[in-house]
Design a protein around this ligand. Structure first.
Ligand SMILES: *[C@@H]1O[C@H](CO)[C@@H](O)[C@H](O)[C@H]1NC(C)=O
Ligand SMILES: *[C@@H]1O[C@H](CO)[C@@H](O)[C@H](O)[C@H]1NC(C)=O
Ligand SMILES: CC(=O)N[C@H]1CO[C@H](CO)[C@@H](O)[C@@H]1O
Length: 189
């Protein structure tokens, strides 16, 4: 989209301009739409996620997340369709920088549960040989922000149990050692 078109859209429909500039990865038009009154928390019928939730979900959108947070992004509301909170979306983007943006918010609840699982638990459930380096960074970050390493799911499975029972790859041992050495882990599983 040309900047002229964006300018017009931003004035006539800031909400549409917000979505379009997010898709176009255009931060300055995104900021303009916000200044013109677009709402980052609005749920419309055509999209399962708000613009803020999309920013959390998508790797590489750190600045969009920050812009949303400066414009009243709501952290404490779960998505009515999926049950996820913003922290789960950001965690599952495996993008530690973008996750940092959320964790710096004073109102964030790091142990918020989604289907009885914390963000930390979700990470240990998704880790594999391809993504472990990114996931490990997110794990360290959540722990640094006081995520509870013992928080189990509804079946009393702990994150560490998920990590060590799923295989014996060397990287599992590295992450386990990091957790054991730096945190008090409940190893009674
Ligand atoms: C414990 O944390 C420190 C600081 O983050 C790190 O340098 C160290 O390697 C960790 N311990 C293990 C066993 O990974
Ligand atoms: C995790 O469990 C261990 C062992 O029971 C305990 O010492 C530690 O305080 C627990 N950590 C949290 C955050 O509850
Ligand atoms: C892993 C990843 O996608 N990281 C991204 C987080 O956000 C910054 C800034 O938007 C990007 O430069 C990183 O690539």
């Amino acid at each position: 989209m040309t900047s002229q078109k964006f300018l017009h859209l931003s004035l006539t429909s800031p909400q549409l301009a917000l979505a379009a500039s997010f898709d176009a990865n255009d931060l300055s038009e995104f900021s303009r739409a916000l200044r013109n009154g677009a709402n980052v928390n609005l749920r419309d019928r055509d999209s399962q996620y708000t613009v803020f939730e999309l920013a959390c979900k998508t790797p590489g959108k750190k600045q969009f997340i920050r812009a949303c947070m400066n414009h009243g992004a709501v952290l404490s509301e779960k998505n009515p369709d999926t049950g996820e909170y913003p922290i789960h979306l950001a965690t599952l983007s495996f993008d530690s920088e973008n996750l940092t943006e959320l964790l710096n918010a004073p109102r964030i609840q790091v142990d918020q549960k989604y289907e009885d699982r914390t963000a930390l638990f979700l990470l240990f459930g998704k880790i594999n040989s391809d993504n472990w380096k990114y996931v490990y960074e997110c794990v360290k970050l959540l722990l640094k922000y006081n995520a509870n390493i013992n928080a189990t799911d509804e079946n009393s499975v702990s994150p560490i149990a998920l990590l060590v029972t799923a295989g014996d790859d060397p990287w599992r041992k590295e992450i386990l050692d990091y957790c054991l050495q730096n945190y008090s882990v409940n190893v009674d599983y």
